[in-house]
Write a protein of this length. Sequence first.
Length: 147
Amino acid sequence: MLPAPPDFSAHYSAAFRQVMPAAHGEALSPTEALGRWQELIQEILAGYCDIPPELDNDLDVAREPLEHALHQVALLALPERQLFAQHIQALDEVFKSVTVEHPEWGRNDATHWWEGRVLTFAGREYRNFCGFGHSLKQQGIIIQPLF
């Protein structure tokens, strides 16, 4: 089980909400934003059962806003920014541990490290989309079944 996202002060949460709506439409608190990333990772750990393009969409919703927040000047000087970044890093390490980088799926225009990664185990729908991993075996990538 992953640790719960930390609670942040009202000051940090307000500053966070000020910078988030411009890029992502929804004014999430830092705890809510971290919670989205954590929930997706928990879904992956339980056996992600959707197709890779859907995972890309889920990553855009869950991880992209965190990256945006990490680079906001208004948050850089606030003391809780380090706690926020540490929690992201811990979750990122879990995600990296259950994925591998695919040399061909990494888009040429990829701007983020999490784009073009392949789950190392997944549900049937994900594996079916990938051809049960047969084509991936040529790349040295094997997607294990859940059961």
